[in-house]
Design a protein around this ligand. Structure first.
Ligand code: PLP
Length: 414
């Protein structure tokens, strides 16, 4: 362990403001002013691996962020207790804070967004033979191993997802099994929405649409769970408080370790009965942790910085999309009007293929020492995601690299 003075000097050299707390045992996360550097750290040159010496701009996902200095300090200094006894003050603090933010009666700190979603399904669909309606492009349907069936014994029926992340309401209504007149059918209990929508490129659901789904659900006595892993991105895009979105739903998950930049954790919101039951299910799934305040503390920092984080990420993503559109490349395009939040989807056409583009962007060659990491999400689509560890300067560097790669295709030479 370094001595306190050495730590202060290190912090000053990182541009971090230091001050003495009158409450040395209180979590740093609860204190103002901010300890984070005012500008986000640019990607530094890689010291190891295949990218050695390169400037790496990692746009594969907003899950790749590393905790900033303030988050690390908050972890180190968090006040903790046994959370299974409800005695961890930092966990209690983040749960209170989350309930306020989400506008729900209560909230629960859980390990991951996958666990938050699964717990929600298990609480809303207690009866065997229940069914949940989920978008066919939703994270819950696409990327969570069919856990509602595998673990919860709840049948997931898929509903058509539109390009902007909404579920096709006609399809949704046609899939609802209601009144249960026939013993052949499962019983629909729950509709799940995703906002913002990951596979649809960060598209944000309008509040008017949320109201339509609420009306439909109410007509059939169904609950709504919102996978709000990126809820605060949606709130920023709609310029509303998160609670304005959540009010149409019976439960909501919010992830701290996506664009908000915390290393771990998600929050689940709902009414008191829902959260009491969720706490039981979390224990059942092995997700009840003990001195979890060390994980909640950076989450509190992430929540405090969320507005400025999401705002800059959206600006950078939009700047990038507009510039790509203006390139008018015959092989790589994007629709800037479809960039609602922190993601950009590139449509790739022959002779370029999506994987080839990613390979060339991530090449550390003589032409460029900038390595851009991007993700193929379908044969003709590459996804780029902005987050706390990508600055505006990094965005311009990534754009330059893309231009360089696409140049070959402008001239027709492979
Ligand atoms: C919309 C959405 N929901 C849930 C998850 C799952 O998150 P976790 O990795 O925390 O389980 C993700 C992960 O990217 C996501 O994008």
């Amino acid at each position: 362990m370094s001595c306190p003075m050495t730590r202060v000097r290190a912090a000053v050299s990182l541009g971090i403001r230091c001050w003495h707390s009158p409450h040395p045992h209180r979590s740093l996360a609860l204190r103002a002013p901010l300890f984070c550097p005012p500008v986000r750290p640019m990607y530094t040159r890689s010291q190891s691996g295949a990218d050695v010496g390169a400037m790496v701009v990692d746009l594969r996902s907003d899950t790749v962020t590393k905790p900033c200095a303030e988050m690390r300090r908050a972890m180190a200094e968090a006040e903790v207790g046994d959370d299974v006894y409800g005695e961890d003050p930092t966990v209690n603090e983040i749960q209170r804070h989350a309930a306020q933010l989400l506008g729900t009666e209560d909230a629960l700190f859980v390990t991951t967004a996958t666990m938050a979603n699964l717990i929600s399904v298990m609480v809303h669909c207690r009866l065997r033979g229940s069914e949940v309606l989920v978008g066919d492009e939703s994270h819950m349907f696409f990327y969570e191993q069919g856990n509602t069936a595998q673990v919860a014994g709840v049948f997931p029926r898929s509903v058509r997802t539109l390009k902007d992340g909404r579920l096709d309401l006609k399809d949704l209504e046609s899939k609802i099994q209601h009144d249960y007149p026939d013993v052949h059918f499962a019983q629909t209990r729950l509709v799940c929405l995703e906002n913002s929508h990951n596979r649809m490129g960060g598209r944000v659901l309008p509040l008017s649409y949320m109201q339509e789904v609420r009306d439909l659900a109410d007509r059939y006595g169904l609950k709504i769970h919102l996978d709000g892993a990126r809820l605060l991105n949606a709130a920023e895009a709609l310029r509303v408080e998160a609670a304005e979105i959540v009010r149409f739903c019976d439960s909501v998950s919010l992830c701290l370790s996506k664009g908000l930049g915390a290393p771990v954790g998600s929050l689940l919101g709902g009414n008191v009965e829902f959260i009491a039951e969720a706490r039981r299910v979390r224990k059942l799934l092995g997700g009840a942790m003990r001195q979890a305040g060390v994980l909640a503390a950076p989450g509190l920092v992430a929540l405090r910085l969320a507005k400025e984080t999401t705002k800059l990420d959206h600006q950078n993503a939009k700047t990038f999309a507009k510039a790509v559109h203006e390139l008018a490349s015959p092989v790589c395009s994007t629709d800037p009007a479809a960039v609602d939040s922190n993601m950009v989807l590139l449509t790739i056409t022959a002779p370029l293929i999506a994987q080839e583009l990613c390979n060339r962007l991530s090449a550390n060659d003589q032409q460029s020492d900038v390595v851009v990491k991007a993700l193929v999400i379908s044969p003709g689509t590459v996804r780029l995601v902005w987050h706390r560890d990508v600055s505006t300067e990094n965005t311009l560097q990534a754009l330059e690299k893309l231009k360089q790669v696409l140049q070959k295709y402008n001239t027709g030479a492979p």
